[in-house]
Design a protein around this ligand. Sequence first.
Ligand SMILES: N[C@@H](CCC[C@H](N)C(=O)O)C(=O)O
Length: 291
Amino acid sequence: MSLVRDPTMLAQRPFVKMNGLGNEILVLDLRTDPEEVPAAAARALARPGVLPFDQAMVLYPPRAEGSAAFVRILNSDGSEAGACGNGTRCIAAYEAGRTGERHILFESGAGPLDCVMQPDGRVTVDMGAPHLGWEEIPLARPVADTSAYQIEGFAALGPASFVSVGNPHAIFFVPDVAEVDVDQLGATLERHPLFPERANISFAQVLSPDHILLHVWERGAGRTRACGTAACATAVAAARTGRTGRVVRVTLPGGDLKIDWRESDDHVLMTGPVALEFSGTLTPDMLTEAA
Ligand SMILES: N[C@@H](CCC[C@H](N)C(=O)O)C(=O)O
């Protein structure tokens, strides 16, 4: 990979714009000619009127046998994320479209991502086992019970549950998500001192033991129409606290995901639709913030 950090080095590279339940995903396939994507280039591309996205999934040459690509995930603010469920489903569909493969493996900073194309066009991704210890999430100080912890100053929300599925999540179970000011609370809690790496903030309403309504404020991207890892983390938190079973439907503003926290190996499986929007070529003016 080049060490040159001039964002315009990425000009003339192809891009594909996709979405998973309205979670806006930009795919940059740099496998044939790898190049660094600086944070400034990600921020420039994500600007309104350019290629607004929630996450960019950047594909690099595989490092392990059997893997299609090593994936780097960038939020629209240029920060790096360890995991992105909807983005992973999008790149699986992209790769399936390119190769005809139905079973695709990627590698990410958080570990392997095993994806399967379903006959109905939906994509399932195995997000691995959740991490529940306070150091793994991570939290700034020891919390004995990460399934229910009252954050000082937020008593009205009740206790939060913390889960990492390769990225940090805090989940609040509330009686009515429509009553929650997601933008104000999300922006404040994302940067709460309890989260040394910031956090994705979810507000969940349990409708029944197998159905959850979810609104999410994403770290590094703000309020989004869907967040796959938040759906996984919320399903784990809900099952852990006895609110639901281990298989749930999670309804987000952009649509439904099926989450299965598999008992046999503790892995979380996420299934949902993806959409291909358009493709094109990056130009220098897209890649510079001053443009
Ligand atoms: N939209 C994603 C989550 C992306 C990463 C997140 N914003 C973070 O910084 O951890 C998903 O579908 O999981």
